[in-house]
Design a protein around this ligand. Structure first.
Ligand SMILES: [Fe+2]
Length: 307
């Protein structure tokens, strides 16, 4: 759902990313189908037990219905919401019964943000599938989970590769950071102080030299609460930042404005020559380019726009 929502904002200015986001979103929906189908196969018969209303009667208990009923009660105790409300069908909740919510969708209208967010989502999904595999001995369920886990690995790389096509892609958005504060590391703890590439040497994205503030209290006093902090370890200056802000603002704004057609707009387009074909005729009525069709590659975007 997240990739689906993100795709809308990308459609006009970045049709390549729209295609990527819609393709992966659609694949993710197929994963919902796989998960739903797996749950149903594992729970086959549960709804039948609930439907067995006569199981309530004393005679059913005597005749052997009791064990079956107690089994259902046990399942209801373990996860009451699931049996009471869904009758055994899949529910759009997490493992604690908390309903799925739109707040889980992160779409910030900046592809460098959205794609990074998606890499985080794919990482979390990957590790959850990995954990889930430890909860089952069923070889087929393990296989299913392994497939889903593997697709998250593939998706991560797709989003990463898409992010690398955006230049510059760091920092996210347009405005550059204050060069006085972009490379300072505050040693805020007592005890073992560890130095690593996160506070020593060159920073990974801006290529600035990390400034290690060993005694933050003394530093804050000496710099008037960081107000008088000097620029160190970087060639970026306030005027360079202003220049970069202006250049990038114009560039990004222009990308979107020039991609937005003036006048009437239509979200989807339809090829009239492909409609109203008689069933069974040899004509391609799907609107999809045929394999080896000379225009197969150029038609891809218009195929997607039919959603
Ligand atoms: Fe995924």
């Amino acid at each position: 759902m997240q990739y689906f929502v993100q795709a809308f904002g990308a459609k006009e200015p970045y049709p390549d990313k729209y295609d990527l986001l819609m393709d992966i979103a659609t694949e993710e929906f197929s994963h919902l189908e796989i998960v739903g189908a797996t749950i149903q196969m594992l729970l086959s018969g549960v709804n039948g037990k609930l439907k067995d209303a006569a199981d309530e009667s004393e005679i059913m208990k005597i005749m052997g219905g009791k064990a079956s009923k107690e089994n259902v009660i046990h399942e209801a105790m373990a996860n009451p919401h699931f049996l009471i409300e869904s009758g055994g069908g899949p529910m759009v909740t997490d493992s604690r019964g908390i309903p799925w919510s739109g707040t889980y969708v992160n779409a910030n209208g900046d592809l460098s943000v959205d794609l990074r967010s998606n890499m985080g989502a794919e990482s979390r999904a990957k590790i959850v599938y990995e954990y889930l595999m430890k909860f089952t001995d069923d070889a087929y369920v393990k296989d299913t989970l392994r497939f889903l886990m593997t697709r998250e690995i593939a998706h991560f790389q797709m989003f990463d590769a898409a992010l690398q096509t955006i230049a510059p892609n760091f920092p996210p958005g347009v405005l550059q950071g204050d060069p006085r504060h972009s490379n300072t590391y505050f040693n805020m703890s007592n005890g073992q102080d560890v130095r690593g590439p996160w506070n020593d040497g060159i920073s990974s994205e801006l290529n600035e030299v990390w400034q290690y503030i060993d005694d933050p209290i003394a530093h804050v006093k000496a710099t008037n609460g960081l107000v008088d902090q000097e620029i160190e370890g970087t060639e970026r200056t306030e005027s360079k930042v202003r220049e970069m802000n202006e250049t990038l603002s114009k560039e990004r704004s222009q990308e979107i404005i020039s991609a937005s057609p003036a006048g009437e707009k239509q979200w989807s387009s339809y090829d009239a020559s492909l409609s109203n074909k008689a069933p069974g005729s040899d004509d391609n009525i799907t609107g999809r380019p045929r394999k080896n069709s000379p225009d197969a590659s150029t038609r891809k975007v218009s195929k997607r726009s039919k959603i």
